[in-house]
Design a protein around this ligand. Structure first.
Ligand code: SF4
Length: 186
């Protein structure tokens, strides 16, 4: 079996496969001149959850570590209301629902299902404008469910040495550009 995949890397991989190799580096993002909304949108939103400040309600799980053997993925869930069966993934501001946001939610969903929880609803929540975006459960959304499976397979099979970036624009907007020898700006 391949190494487990961090759920949080799914979005990075879609943005650029090379970026998952930078994902775990201790990067001081506030010092960067540009922060890609796609790559960093969840960072501020999760600061609250990581410090366990969101809720003390007993039926709300927050920031717990999860793993799914079936898809060999791991990560942290954002907020799960066990009583209502609602799983929420918060973002600082959602301007567009990127595929990676949905795959991240699906990853958390499958981990919780394997742990025996019943999930009725999935939601993305945009904190700055207080908007909720309902996301269909994977069994009712074959397009995104198949996309989720494909991105996991693609990560498992990805060969860095064979990769050639194709988007200069992505490199211009990439938080890892200064560190990346694959950058098209060099
Ligand atoms: S700089 Fe370009 S090639 Fe490197 S990780 Fe970023 S987007 Fe990918």
């Amino acid at each position: 079996m391949e190494n487990p995949i961090a759920i949080s890397k799914l979005n990075d991989f879609i943005f650029c496969p090379v970026s998952i190799y930078f994902h775990d580096l201790d990067i001081e993002t506030e010092k960067m001149t540009y922060q890609s909304a796609c790559q960093l949108n969840g960072t501020a939103a999760h600061e609250t959850i990581d410090s366990k400040r969101y809720s003390s309600k007993k039926n709300v799980l927050q920031g717990i570590d999860v793993y799914c053997e079936k898809y060999n993925i791991y990560g942290k869930i954002d907020i799960f209301d066990d009583e209502k069966g609602i799983l929420t993934e918060r973002k600082k501001k959602i301007l567009k629902i990127y595929d990676g946001y949905i795959y991240q939610l699906y990853g958390e969903y499958f981990c919780l299902v394997e742990m025996g929880y019943k999930i009725n609803e999935l939601r993305l929540y945009s904190m700055s404008d207080n908007k909720v975006y309902p996301i269909a459960l994977p069994q009712y959304n074959s397009k995104y469910f198949e996309g989720f499976i494909k991105v996991i397979k693609d990560i498992d099979e990805f060969e860095l040495s064979n990769y050639i970036p194709s988007s200069r624009l992505k490199c211009e907007n990439c938080i890892y550009e200064e560190l990346c020898s694959f950058s098209l700006l060099k």
